[in-house]
Design a binder for this molecule. Structure first.
Ligand code: ATP
Ligand code: MG
Length: 286
């Protein structure tokens, strides 16, 4: 009996959080690097479904770096990055689109549908959701790497209204109909800003922002946006963490109430973050 009372208490403890987030939008950027373990993927999806069932509107924007790397390697194509962004020629763009909007997107949708909840997978091209143009990286042309210039929320909002969980692949479209590879972190913050999301969560494959990447105990629990430039300049934040923290800063500036980087490898990290007082990962604040 006591065991059941404990369980009931856990649910009651979640009540204030459920109340706070009821009817609100939470954008979850699901990083490709945190998707490699199928077991963990299942628990992430469970968390998202639970959110949906208690009245929160989760919106998923996903990456897929490791899957793209794997296919490029099979095709003998090199993966090259500048500031954490993938150099994308025409052929790479086609592969990126196939992997992200095809394999990765539909795999997430399958996991959700498997649990009896409706999800719709779209790419940013559908309904011109992610309108993009070429992005220069440090003034350099790195091919079909795009930045989001506008988000058309019509399709996402329709899906939310009809109770579907939107699952978005970060492919952008320009005025001529060209495809652009958009770092999923940028896509997520653009979507969160446009939807006026309450929360933006980046699920990745590290504990959070670390002071020393090789030391998992060096986590920065609260990162002020004022310190970010310095951390990037002195190399504490590097690689794929650069676009991520830049997006966190943008999210905070755009008025998203809370922005977090969480370890997507930790079972039920989303539930811990949303429904308990336990602070996990890095919270980015003003
Ligand atoms: N200071 C830092 N703290 C934590 N991670 C860091 C830091 N500096 C660099 N990194 C690197 O950033 C990586 C996370 O970014 P990465 O782009 O690889 O993953 P992702 O964005 O979650 O996935 P995807 O790009 O597929 O969407 C970590 O695995 C780590 O190697
Ligand atoms: Mg990344």
């Amino acid at each position: 009996m006591e065991m059941y009372i404990e369980k009931a208490k856990v649910l009651v403890e979640a009540l204030p959080y459920i109340k706070e987030f009821y009817g609100k939008t939470v954008v979850i950027k699901y990083g490709g690097s945190a998707m490699v373990d199928e077991m963990i993927k299942e628990t992430v999806i469970q968390d998202i479904i639970l959110m949906k069932l208690v009245g929160i509107n989760p919106v998923i924007v996903h990456g897929g770096g490791p899957d793209i790397n794997k296919i490029l390697k099979q095709m003998d194509k090199k993966s090259e990055f500048v500031n954490g962004l993938r150099v994308t020629d025409q052929e790479t763009m086609e592969i990126v689109e196939m992997v992200l909007a095809g394999k990765v997107n539909k795999s997430i949708v399958s996991h959700i549908q498997n649990q009896g909840i409706n999800a719709v997978g779209i790419s940013g091209k559908d309904g011109a959701t992610l309108q993009a143009e070429k992005k220069l990286v440090n003034g350099m042309d790195v091919g079909f790497v795009g930045e989001v210039v506008n988000v058309n929320t019509e399709l996402i909002s329709t899906l939310i209204q009809k109770d579907f969980i939107p699952v978005i692949a970060p492919i952008g479209i320009d005025k001529e109909g060209n495809s652009y590879n958009i770092n999923a972190d940028y896509a997520a913050v653009a979507v969160a800003g446009a939807l006026k999301a309450q929360k933006l969560v980046f699920l990745t494959d590290v504990e959070g922002v670390l002071k020393d990447v090789s030391d998992s105990s060096s986590i920065i629990s609260r990162l002020s946006i004022k310190d970010v430039d310095e951390y990037i300049k002195n190399g504490i934040i590097s690689g794929g963490m650069i676009p991520k923290v830049e997006c966190c800063v943008e999210g905070v500036k755009k008025g998203v109430k809370t922005v977090h980087i969480l370890d997507g490898r930790v079972e039920h990290c989303l539930l811990l973050e949303i429904f308990t007082q336990k602070g996990v990962g890095t919270m980015i604040e003003e």
